[in-house]
Write a protein that binds this ligand. Structure first.
Ligand code: NAI
Length: 340
């Protein structure tokens, strides 16, 4: 029986990389039936009146699982982020971004294997900004005890489930004493009450960044609020080869939206050169999540086959330009398919 999942191609390179990922899944005979939905600029261009049409949200609520391409958000004005809106509407409070070294991708470090867990619903992303008077603006950072406890519990449960040993909280509670102070107090409370077996540390984020780029292998699960998680996800991607190789999932109690960490990359959109690996890895995360929810060993095996195929493609030197290769998006997808 096929599983149904929503596919949101998104903007910029989104449709190119989403198409490649779907081709790989189809070639692997992953039993997924896609329901396509629009979001972002692509929704407006398709004649919708909203960037995030109600039908798209309803489709995800109905099918509970989606694979999403990136959606563009204009800088310094214009409309608010569709990505942030989607996460809030579906209460996808926990972002999970696994960052691991790949054998075929040479970087400064080997053996990097960490996971960024990002609180996805509040912080400065609450979007409460005011112009108090001409030339004076404020942006309000929101932290609630409920959301801080919830994401801490999520991170420690993830660590236990994935047999991880340590959770490191990155914060700036020396300056943001109330908001980041609440975040670390909640993390400490959850850890002490329920997860004493997991090693735990709190690091001020500036020094933590230095330690990360000096030796990322000392880290395991990283827990942080929204903005820090956004920034650190890209930093960590840079440690293992860039945005083309880091997948992600936005998880809530009732729905899961899988998407790469990268954005719509307008500088290379339409050229057929984007790396489809990050969204393919996100699709593999999706297959594994469905397999786990349905105790479907065959589907888990299909996910593993795809992962082994792209790992092998990279080792064989099949790479897109961002990784120093010359393959187009579709040629890389074909290289993976050839190795399934
Ligand atoms: P970006 O991630 O789109 O691009 C940063 C750089 O990485 C660019 O040079 C781009 O060409 C390269 N890059 C990204 N993905 C790549 C891939 N798969 N293959 C090869 N190269 C890749 O970040 P940027 O430029 O800051 O944002 C562009 C737009 O994307 C903005 O409108 C932003 O709001 C949006 N965005 C959307 C996200 C989402 O939908 N979840 C996440 C991040 C940004």
């Amino acid at each position: 029986m096929p599983y149904t999942a929503v596919l949101i191609p998104g903007d910029g390179i989104g449709p190119e990389v989403a198409h490649a990922a779907c081709e790989i899944l189809a070639a692997a005979k992953a039993p997924i039936e896609w329901v396509e939905a629009k979001a972002g600029v692509a929704a407006l261009e398709a004649g919708e009146s909203e960037l995030l049409p109600a039908a798209t949200v309803e489709a995800i609520q109905k099918h509970r699982v989606a694979l999403k391409g990136p959606c563009t958000t204009p800088v310094g004005g214009g409309f608010s982020s569709v990505n942030v809106a989607l996460r809030k509407r579906l209460d996808l409070y926990g972002a999970v971004r696994p960052v691991r070294s790949l054998d075929g991708v040479a970087t400064r470090f080997s053996g990097v294997d960490l996971v960024v867990i990002r609180e996805n619903t509040e912080g400065l992303y609450a979007g409460i900004e005011n112009e108090i008077t001409r030339g004076v603006v404020t942006s309000m950072k929101v932290a609630t005890r409920d959301a801080c406890l919830r994401i801490a519990d999520f991170a420690f449960r993830y660590a236990v489930h994935r047999k991880r040993r340590k959770v490191s909280v990155f914060h700036k509670a020396n300056i943001m004493k109330l908001s980041d102070g609440l975040f670390i107090r909640c993390a400490r409370e959850v850890r002490d009450a329920k997860f004493p077996q997991i090693e735990y540390e709190e690091l001020i984020i500036d020094a933590a960044c230095m330690r990360l780029v000096q030796d990322p292998t000392r880290f395991d699960v990283l827990l942080m609020e929204n903005l820090y998680g956004d920034v650190l996800s890209d930093l960590c991607a840079g440690l293992v080869g860039g945005l083309g190789v880091v997948p992600g999932a936005n998880l809530g109690e009732h729905a899961a939206v899988f998407e790469a960490v990268h954005g719509s990359a307008p500088d290379i959109a339409g050229k057929g050169i984007a790396n489809p690996l990050a969204i393919t890895m996100s699709a593999v995360m999706m297959l594994n999540a469905i397999a786990e929810a349905h105790s479907d060993a065959a589907l888990a095996a299909t996910a593993t086959r795809i992962r082994e195929a792209y790992d092998r493609a990279l080792v064989d030197g099949c790479k897109t330009r961002d990784l120093g290769g010359a393959l187009s998006t579709s040629a890389f997808a074909k290289a993976v398919i050839d190795r399934l």
